[in-house]
Design a binder for this molecule. Sequence first.
Ligand code: COA
Length: 257
Amino acid sequence: MTDHVRVSREQGVLTLTFARPEKKNALTNAMYEAVVREMNRAENDPEVRAIVLAAEGDMFTAGNDIGDFTAVATGAVAPRSIGASPFLLALAHLTKPLIAAVQGNAVGVGTTMLLHCDMVFIAEGAQLTTPFVNLALVPEAASTWLLPARIGYARAYAMFALGQPIDGKTAAQIGIATAALPANEVQNRAQEAARALAAKPAGALRAMKKLMRDVETIKEVMQREGDEFQARLKSPEAMEAFRAFAERRPPDFSKVA
Ligand code: COA
């Protein structure tokens, strides 16, 4: 169990709230485990009819905890200890409606997980970034397929390769988000949408979602990305990027192959 994910259930809606604001809600293995456990339980619990992902503080999440990346990169823990993979698989398999309340910036998996959400309510000024290449890594969550499909290759490449941000308003215009709102309205709108979905016929919703998502391809792409990601994690480039983050300096990739 972790204190960093708050769990609440009301009127058929399960809300999972990232609650590690002092670390910008960076996701630890324990947080992933808590979310996966709750999502899997919800998937089999007829009383849960919609799930909301939300966050405390000024950021949605700063992505994977870089300390956990470093632990794998240095061999301190085995690669399977990276918590993201079971989380990504749980996202791929979830057939219940998933709604995100993105009240602030999202980085890395914080952005790519939105591609698996059925509705995304985002603060107008929130910035979405995917700086995997800046960390000498590759994108995950099947985003190398889903993001270009959603917003076009050119925009997706700029987000991935340059870490170029997309703001909330643009995210809504180009189809990453359902609506961009003032930050203080995001949570309420997400809960309203979740309650509306909870009142719909659950069987039809589930069947429709399955028809709309090519889960087998999503899993295949996740596997390919995961293999490359694990290899990149151990590269000298990635070590330099993680060290630079810990030392609060820009990385210098000029001396690493
Ligand atoms: N992993 C681990 N710790 C993180 C983190 C992450 N992904 N993101 C932020 N934190 C920690 C910081 O180390 C800092 O800890 P400290 O107070 O003990 O020093 C704390 O959260 C606050 O972050 P800080 O950098 O001081 O806040 P900021 O507002 O200046 O910057 C970010 C916020 C998100 C821009 C910056 O923290 C950042 O770039 N984080 C890394 C994001 C990232 O690359 N994620 C992985 C993507 S694949």
